[in-house]
Design a protein. Structure first.
Length: 386
């Protein structure tokens, strides 16, 4: 009998960083056993089916009012979970309460799986911030049902141990997006004189739970200054692209509009799937990324990266791969320091080759780090099959 695996996460939102995570999970499961039957819980079932050619259930269900919606969602999700053999919650930054929905949603899935007698796996999740009493309680309640927990960085493990005393039950693995496989034809050794930038609506009310227009304006202004100095002092072209659609297109377009000389700047406004993101990144010589998965996918493409730390997960990642010197705090960064780091990499071939080698080392390190995690998942799956 074929094992049926359910996967729940932040899928069906045109967040192509999270879709890259899902594709990585699917690749990992396929490496374990390509015959497993997989169903994905998604907020956009038709999009998920189109992307992955797999069965999909709705993540939540809407009715006339909130109470009816919650009740109907619980009934339908419980019914759907009863049809699977194991539930994977992951990956991505799911264990946080910056936004209101995640703690309650994933706690509900964990509890319903437990009630249905199905094993629960928290898979390569990111943790934090967890700052509210309610968020801490709901996240902890969900974790109680887990037979296995893996997180994508050591800082996430520390948070779980500080708040829930889980100890060695938590395994540190790498983000599944590292297991995307760029097509061989995408490998490009030549340099194209292109630098890529990703942005996000930082403290912008269109996306962020709390608005601070001054913070957002400063962030966009620093990037504008950096890009205009690159245009003035180098012969490089600039590409602006987005991993979360359409939210990040708003910030990239705001940035684009403020750039005086747009002749060498391209603002890509299309919704790029993970492999289209890889193709875009492969055209670039270097990526200045705010979104975590623009940095992760750049490492997959073996490209030099500079990170803008808007949440601890970016800083954690850059430290993990020994690139702390190329990570700048979004609230205190200055255009000159970002430009100087870019200039250091692009103007000296030895520095560029060193930056490339660091990305290659990081890719090897991240994939190697998942060996223990994948062995454990394989063992769990095989035992469930029995």
């Amino acid at each position: 009998m074929t094992l049926k695996i359910g996967i729940v996460g932040n899928y069906g939102h045109n967040n192509n960083g999270d879709e890259a995570i899902l594709q990585g999970i699917l690749n990992q499961i396929k490496d374990i056993n390509e015959h497993y039957d997989i169903v994905i819980f998604s907020d956009n079932v038709s999009d998920t089916i189109k992307r992955y050619h797999l069965k999909s259930y709705r993540l939540t269900y809407k009715r006339n009012n909130i109470f009816s919606s919650i009740l109907y969602t619980v009934v339908r999700v419980f019914k759907n979970i009863k049809e699977i053999d194991v539930l994977i919650i992951g990956g991505g930054q799911l264990l946080m309460d910056l936004f209101k929905r995640p703690p309650m949603l994933y706690c509900m899935y964990s509890i319903l799986a437990k009630l249905a007698g199905k094993p629960v796996i928290y898979y390569c999740v990111g943790v934090g911030p967890i700052s509210s009493i309610k968020g801490k309680f709901l996240i902890g309640l969900g974790l109680k049902n887990a037979m296995y927990i893996s997180v994508r960085d050591i800082q996430s493990k520390r948070i779980l141990n500080e708040k829930y005393k889980l100890g060695d039950k938590v395994i540190v693995a790498s983000d599944p997006a590292f297991f995307l496989n760029p097509k061989n034809t995408m490998k490009k050794l030549q340099r194209n004189k292109i630098i890529g930038f990703t942005t996000l609506p930082y403290f912008n009310k269109v996306y962020w739970p709390k608005e601070d227009q001054e913070k957002y304006n400063r962030y966009i202004e620093i990037l504008r200054q950096t890009i205009e100095k690159l245009i003035e002092d180098t012969d490089y072209n600039i590409i602006l692209f987005s991993t979360v659609y359409p939210a990040d297109v708003i910030s990239s377009t705001d940035l684009y509009k403020k750039i005086t000389d747009k002749s060498r700047v391209t603002n890509i406004t299309e919704n790029l799937n993970p492999y289209e993101l890889l193709e875009t990144i492969n055209k670039c010589d270097l990526i200045v990324g705010t979104r975590l998965h623009s940095l992760i996918l750049s490492v997959v493409c073996e490209k030099p990266i500079i990170g803008i730390n808007y949440q601890s997960k970016v800083k954690n990642f850059m430290e993990k791969i020994n690139l702390k010197e190329y990570c700048f705090n979004i609230d205190t960064m200055e255009a000159q320091e970002i430009y100087s780091s870019i200039e250091k990499i692009i103007k000296d071939k030895r520095e560029y080759d060193l930056a490339v080698s660091k990305s290659i080392q990081a890719l090897y390190q991240m994939r190697k780090e998942s060996d223990r995690n994948l062995k454990k998942i394989k063992e769990i799956m095989e035992n469930i099959k029995k």
